[in-house]
Each structure stands twice: as structure tokens, then as C-alpha cells.
Design a protein around this ligand. Sequence first.
Ligand code: BTN
Length: 248
Amino acid sequence: LGHHLVYQDEIPSTQKKAQHLAEDGAEEGTVVLADEQTSGRGRLGRSWHSPKGTGIWMSLIIRPDIPIHKAPQFTLLTAVAVVKAVKHVTGLDCEIKWPNDILYKGKKFVGILTELQAEAADVKAIIVGIGINVNAAIDDFPEELKDIATSLRAEAGTAFDRAELIQEILKAFEDLYKSYMDEGFGLIKLLWESYAISLGRQIYARTANGTVVQGLAQGINDEGVLLLKDKDGKIHKIYSADIEISSQ
Ligand code: BTN
């Protein structure tokens, strides 16, 4: 990965750029990286705060030969790669909140956005967007993020080399991708579950159409879908939602 690197000081969104490049046939492993995004995109139509010089804003193009129902597995693969790389570079142990947030002591500092280009039931490309607050100061965050978000520097008390972290993420991603292609999702599922905070807890899942399902997080299935058991014992499959972990 990363043999074809597209870097821009300032860009609306690396994700949007990577989408266009992928449509134009960009090769697997293409990485789009920027120092600043002026309209960074988050999940569920939200925006992503991406100020200059302090974070990692990047999108990777991969082209695995898989059916589309397996694409969510790559969100989980990416989260595992980032947790491993962060541990390697900073020593911090962070946690994953399904499906794709990475938190440190309950505060989010990484967001992952996976988008799909498909042809019938097959994947043509997966665009994996990764946003990481590396060296930002909490004081500079917008008001609404100050209590819920953090950065590696704020937690560790020291600044980190973004290039080193990017390299480690790409390396970890490549290793997991290889394991995925050779042996399937098993190892990634195990690692993901070992880093996940929400399993075994009561959670609320709010889906895009506004429905709320409450239940005990049982785990994920082989497709990376979250399984919730409600009070009547019925298992719900959650494909896409925001989750809130109940305090009791
Ligand atoms: C989330 O909502 O948690 C996902 C945020 C994903 C942000 C990254 S930053 C690099 C890439 N480009 C974008 O516009 N978004 C993703």
C-alpha cells in the first residue's frame, strides 16, 4: 500500500478525491493524504473537523475480490490496524466502539469511514477513510467536541510524528489484509473483539431511520455485523447505527 501516494496541502476531502480516483481506475493501494481538509466527511452525513497540520487525514483505495456483504469486515480490519499502530508508536492502549470509532479513556480521537464502489454483488473498490487527531490541542477543538473528543498529544503529553504513524498503519493494514486473504476473517474478528468496549454491555443502537434497539451486545458475526439481544431474547442484526453504551 502507498506505492501510489497522492498528497495535497489542502483538499476538500481525501475521501471524495479517492472516490474519483477509484472510479477512474486507480490501482489498489493508492493513498490520498492531506495536511488539511476544508470539508472533511464523517459517517451518516456528518462533517469531520480536519484542521491544518495536526492530524492524519487519509483515504486508501483497495480492491479485494469479495462480495459486497463482506465489505463491512474492512471497517473492522481498519480499526484493528489503527489500534495496533497507535500502540506501537505511542504506547497507548485504545479501545474500539462498534463499528469504527477509536477511543482513549472514553473519548474519540479516530474516525473511520468505509465506502463502497460495487458492480452487481461484487466489490469494485473500497475507499477506507481514516481521520486521526494526533497533535491537536483540546483548546483548539470546536466547543461541541471538547468533552467528547481527544488527541494523542493531549493524552500522552507529547507530540508524535505523523509520518511514522501513517507508515505503521499502512504496515499493520497490509499484514491484516494478507491474513484476511489467506485465512479469512477469523483472526481479525478475534483481535477486534479483544479491543472492543461495547461487548457484553447494554447498549442503545439508533439506526439511520431513527429506530432505537436496546439490548445486550453479544458480539459481531462473520460479516462484521453487530448482534444485539433484546430483553425478550430476540437477536437483532445491526448493520449501521450510532451506539450509546448504557451506564448500568
Ligand atoms: C466518522 O464519522 O467517525 C468517520 C470520520 C472519517 C474522517 C476521515 S478523514 C480522511 C477521510 N476524508 C474524509 O472526508 N473523511 C475521512
